[in-house]
Write a protein that binds this ligand. Structure first.
Ligand SMILES: [Zn+2]
Length: 348
């Protein structure tokens, strides 16, 4: 298979390539991994391979009309069933089942994409199960999920599970420099460094889809600014806003916010050691302010706190719980040292 569009993930590519050589493409895959890891990219490559009309060479060929339509997002036989946003009901699954028995329009196969599959309820999954077991041979299903374990074992056992991993910093940089040859190299390298191996994040940053109004960046800046200024009221207000705006701050957004806060602290540490290479002036300014206000030990402590909270976001924690924890721990961190002089906090 031609999997060059997907960065990193060498073991997964080897596994997939060997399986396809041995048995051809499957009819049901679970693409698993955290947001931004490359599930949509792999789904596009698999969809193209499934509808590609080339008879020889590595699939997808990338040149036939089927491949071009998939990469342009307009192939009539690649159906995005569900975006994970709404609640899916059994009637919709029945409609999908009826659709699956209508032959493909122009390709040899018909591909159904189900995003955020961890949110499919049990009855929807059970209805899908029949289709996986005894659907028409041309139908293929791609489930995209952050958490494959949330799918019913009966569904999982009928699919091939492809687990994607974050890429290394070097892989991220190479991929992004090639994809964005016209962008400022320093900005691209920084996005590579900041994305923690999740290229979707770097792409959102570089394409501005995370936008000038990026709530994650702005909220991280105001949280840490309150810590640097030792302004407990501002800190409290910023934490309460996290709790109140549940629509913006779901678990994924809170996890991304914790990552961003940890990165700002890391930048402040780098800054304290005299290196200064952030191209975002506001982040650079905040890193300087943090480095001046907190000792390296306190910055390390803060990074550890954000990492622990980020892990907690993956399990049980909600906005209110997290905001309370964060507010208490950060207030503690920014409390003046003995004698009320913040400088005595410094280790040297
Ligand atoms: Zn093709």
């Amino acid at each position: 298979m031609d999997l060059r569009a997907l960065a990193g993930n060498a073991p997964l590519k080897r596994q997939l390539d060997q399986e396809v050589q041995r048995r051809g493409l499957g009819h049901a895959y679970i693409l698993a991994g955290p947001p931004g890891v490359g599930k949509h990219t792999l789904a596009r490559v698999l969809s193209a391979a499934l509808v590609c009309s080339a008879r020889a060479g590595d699939l997808p060929c990338g040149r036939c009309s089927g491949c071009r339509k998939v990469f342009g997002g307009i192939h009539p036989d690649v159906v995005r069933v569900w975006d994970g946003e709404r609640d899916i009901n059994v009637a919709q699954i029945r409609a999908l089942r009826a659709d699956a028995y209508i032959r493909p329009n122009e390709a040899g196969r018909k591909v159904y994409l189900l995003e955020e599959a961890q949110n499919l309820n049990d009855s929807a999954q059970n209805a899908l199960l029949k289709l996986l077991e005894e659907g028409p041979p041309y139908a293929a299903f791609l489930f995209l999920t952050d958490n494959a374990a949330a799918l019913l074992p009966t569904v999982r056992s009928r699919c091939e599970v492809l687990t994607l991993s974050p890429v290394t910093p070097a892989e991220a940089e190479a991929y992004l420099l090639e994809r964005y040859p016209d962008q400022d190299g320093a900005r691209v390298r920084q996005a590579a460094r900041r994305c923690e191996g999740l290229l979707g994040r770097a792409v959102a940053e570089l394409e501005g889809t995370s936008g000038g109004e990026d709530p994650r960046r702005n909220t991280a800046l105001s949280l840490l600014d309150a810590v640097a200024r030792r302004d407990e009221l501002a800190l409290f207000e910023a934490c309460v806003a996290l709790e109140n705006d549940k629509k913006t701050w779901d678990r994924d957004a809170l996890a991304a916010l914790m990552d961003e806060c940890a990165l700002l602290c890391r930048d402040a540490l780098v800054c304290a050691s005299g290196v200064d290479d952030d191209s975002d002036p506001q982040r650079r300014e905040e890193a300087h302010r943090l480095a001046a206000a907190l000792s390296p030990a306190a910055l390390l402590q803060a990074m550890d706190l954000f990492r622990r909270l980020r892990e907690a976001c993956g399990f049980y924690i909600g906005g209110g719980h997290l905001a309370g924890w964060l507010c208490a721990a950060l207030a503690d961190l920014s409390a003046p040292g003995p004698g009320g002089n913040p400088k005595t906090h410094k280790t040297r």
